[in-house]
Design a protein around this ligand. Structure first.
Ligand code: GLA
Length: 377
C-alpha cells in the first residue's frame, strides 16, 4: 500500500529541495527547487525548475519573479534556451533592462511620473527621463510555492506591495501563478487586490530569441491589431489610436521584424525601432485570445502569445548595446531579442479614454497571458 502511494506521488507532482546549483536528479514531471545565490543583503534567492512530459523546462526565480530560462524543442526536437538572462542573481539585482522580469506595479511608462486619483496627485520616481517606467517588482523577493497546478507543474508567487511603495497608494496584494502545461504552454495568471484606490498594470518582460543567438530581424511577426498608440519623444502615448494600415506597424500579415524597421518613419525614429503598444482587436477579454505569433525560420520555433489584456508592447531590444554579458558569457547586442509585453496601455492613469488601470478596494484585478511554443517543419 505504502509503495503504491509512493509510486503515485512520484508519478504526479515532485518538489525537491536541493542545496547548490545543480539538482540531484531532474524529475520528469514537477518542480525542482535549487539555490540561486545571495543578494547583496545576504538573502538567499532560489530557482524553481518546472518540467513537463515533453521535456520543456522553465526556470523562475523567487527574486523578482524573473523567468531565467525557457527550454523548448526546435524543428528537429533539439532543446534550446529561447530567452535572455543572467547566470547569477547579482545580474538580476543590478540589471536595468528588465530581462525576464515580472513587471509592476505599473508596467510601461507613466508620463511626468505622476497621476491623480479623485483629485489627489501621486508622484513616482523618475527612472526614465521625465517618466516613471515599470517599477520594482522584479527586484523584490516573492513568496514562492510550487504546486502541481490544474494543468501542469506550477509556481505560485505572492508579493505585498506596501502602501506608498514608490509613491503608489494602497497595500497591493499581488499573486502570479506560472503553470507549464503538457502542450508546451507557459501560462501566467495575475491577480491583485488593494485596500485603497490605486493603479495596476502587470506584465512579463522575457526577451525572446527563438534561435538562441544572433538577431531577431528575420523573425516573422503577426499582431492581431488594427491600431497602435503613437508616442512622443519620451515614448509617452499622444492619446491617438492610429490605424496601422500602410505603415511599418502593420503586422496583420506575418512580416519579418526587420523588413521595415529602418524605414524613414517618425514613430520608428522616436522608438529607435519598435517600442510601441499595439491595441489588440478584441480589447479586454474573459478568456485569452491570440494576440501575436512569432516564427523563427532558422529553428522552426514558433511562439504564440495569448492574452486577456487589451494591449501588447513590442520592444525589439533597441537599447541593448553589447554591454550586458548574459548567460554563458553571451553578449547581448542591439536587436538580439524581442519582448512581447501584454499589458494595459502606457500612461493609462493619465488617459481616461484608455481602458482603465484603476483598482478599487473590494475588486480583484485578474489577467492571463500564455506563451505557447511549437516548431514548424
Ligand atoms: C520596455 C520599454 C523599453 C525599454 C525596456 C527595458 O519594454 O518600453 O523602452 O525601457 O522596457 O529596457
Amino acid at each position: 500500500m505504502r509503495i503504491k502511494i509512493c509510486v503515485l506521488l512520484l508519478m504526479g507532482f515532485t518538489a525537491t529541495i536541493v542545496a547548490g546549483r545543480t539538482p540531484e536528479k531532474s524529475p520528469t514531471l514537477g518542480v525542482t527547487k535549487t539555490v540561486f545565490g545571495k543578494t547583496h543583503d545576504g538573502r538567499e534567492a532560489h530557482l524553481f525548475t518546472l518540467s513537463n512530459k515533453s521535456g520543456m523546462e522553465v526556470v523562475i526565480s523567487d527574486f523578482g519573479g524573473n523567468v531565467v530560462s525557457i527550454k523548448v524543442p526546435d524543428r528537429n526536437g533539439k532543446m534550446g534556451d529561447v530567452i535572455l538572462g543572467y547566470d547569477t542573481v547579482g545580474g538580476y539585482e543590478t540589471g536595468t533592462s528588465y530581462i525576464g522580469a515580472t513587471v509592476g506595479r505599473y508596467a510601461n511608462r507613466i508620463g511626468g511620473a505622476k497621476f491623480s486619483l479623485d483629485g489627489k496627485e501621486f508622484t513616482l520616481p523618475k527612472n526614465d527621463g521625465p517618466n516613471h517606467l515599470h517599477g520594482v517588482f522584479n527586484k523584490v523577493f516573492w513568496d514562492a510555492k510550487p504546486g502541481p497546478g490544474k494543468s501542469g507543474p506550477s509556481l505560485h508567487l505572492h508579493y505585498l506591495s506596501k502602501d506608498g511603495e514608490e509613491g503608489y497608494p494602497g497595500n497591493l496584494s499581488v499573486d502570479v501563478t506560472f503553470t507549464l502545461t503538457n502542450s508546451n504552454e507557459l501560462k501566467m495568471e495575475y491577480s491583485a487586490t488593494t485596500d485603497k484606490k490605486t493603479v495596476v498594470n502587470l506584465t512579463n518582460h522575457c526577451y525572446f530569441n527563438l534561435a538562441g543567438s544572433g538577431n531577431i530581424l528575420e523573425n516573422k511577426l503577426t499582431l492581431h491589431a488594427e491600431r497602435f498608440t503613437p508616442v512622443d519623444a519620451t515614448l509617452i502615448p499622444t492619446g491617438e489610436l492610429r490605424s496601422v494600415a500602410g505603415t511599418p506597424f502593420d503586422f496583420r500579415e506575418s512580416t519579418a521584424v526587420g523588413a521595415r524597421i529602418e524605414q524613414d518613419n517618425e514613430q520608428l525614429k522616436l522608438g529607435h525601432g519598435y517600442d510601441h503598444n499595439w491595441v489588440l482587436d478584441p480589447g479586454i477579454t474573459k478568456t485569452p485570445g491570440l494576440a501575436a505569433s512569432l516564427y523563427d525560420p532558422s529553428s522552426g520555433r514558433t511562439l504564440e502569445v495569448w492574452t486577456t489584456e487589451p494591449g501588447i508592447q513590442i520592444y525589439t531590444g533597441n537599447f541593448l548595446d553589447g554591454t550586458i554579458h548574459g548567460k554563458g558569457g553571451q553578449v547581448y547586442e542591439r536587436r538580439s531579442a524581442i519582448c512581447l509585453e501584454t499589458q494595459h496601455f502606457p500612461d493609462s492613469p493619465n488617459y481616461p479614454d484608455f481602458p482603465s488601470t484603476t483598482l478599487v478596494p473590494g475588486k480583484t484585478f485578474h489577467s492571463v497571458t500564455i506563451y505557447k511554443f511549437s516548431a514548424r517543419k
